[in-house]
Structure formats: C-alpha cells, structure tokens
Design a protein. Structure first.
Length: 115
C-alpha cells in the first residue's frame, strides 16, 4: 500500500500555452501509472485508482511558472508541480515521487494537454 504523501513533478514546454485550467493526461511505464489532472480534481492510478480533489493551486511569485497543485484524496495526498521543459514523447514531462509503506518510489513519464 502507498504511503500518505505523493509528490509529482510535471514539466511543460516553454512554447506550450498550457494553463492551470487545462486538463493534463499523464502516463508512465515500467511500472505503469496514469494521472489525469485539472484545476478541480485528479485521478492517479498506481496501481489502483485514487480520486483526489485539488483544493489549492499556487503559482511562483511574479512568474507564470512553475505552478503547484495540491491534491487530497481519501487515502493519499500529492503535490503536482508544473514547469516548462521537454519530454521524449509529448510536450510535458512528469516525475512522480511516491512511496509504498516505507519504500520511496520515483516514477517518470510524459503528459499531454487534453483538448
């Protein structure tokens, strides 16, 4: 079972017009995980689905990026940090730091902005 705190970092390309109001669809393999995130809710699947609310979005002082999304679920919490960068298969790179009990886990993958 995963621990209480999950930390996710998602990076967005500089020429991408992504905003806090967009929906981000993220995934990674080996191990498999997915994340769907918008300004109100998130669904993180690793390995089982966890629905979370997004009660707070924070933006860097005097800058558009990075943005931090606070996620709170019934059993888990998470912080999602969006920033500008590049990914091999899409516009957005994702790094997910989580844990199972006392074992830290780092997940990597890519995201797209849903249309």
């Amino acid at each position: 079972m995963r621990g209480i705190l999950t930390f996710l970092t998602i990076t967005v390309l500089a020429n991408n017009s992504a905003s806090a109001e967009d929906t981000y669809e993220c995934m990674g393999t080996n191990p498999d995980w997915t994340l769907t995130l918008d300004s109100v809710q998130a669904r993180f699947v690793f390995p089982t689905p966890t629905d979370m609310d997004v009660p707070l979005i924070t933006q860097a002082d005097n800058r558009d990026w990075p943005r931090a999304f606070t996620l709170i679920g019934e059993r888990d919490t998470a912080i999602v940090v969006l920033d500008r960068a590049e990914c091999d298969t899409s516009d957005i790179r994702a790094h997910v730091m989580t844990q199972r009990a006392e074992l830290p886990i780092l997940l990597s993958g890519c995201c797209t902005v849903a249309e």
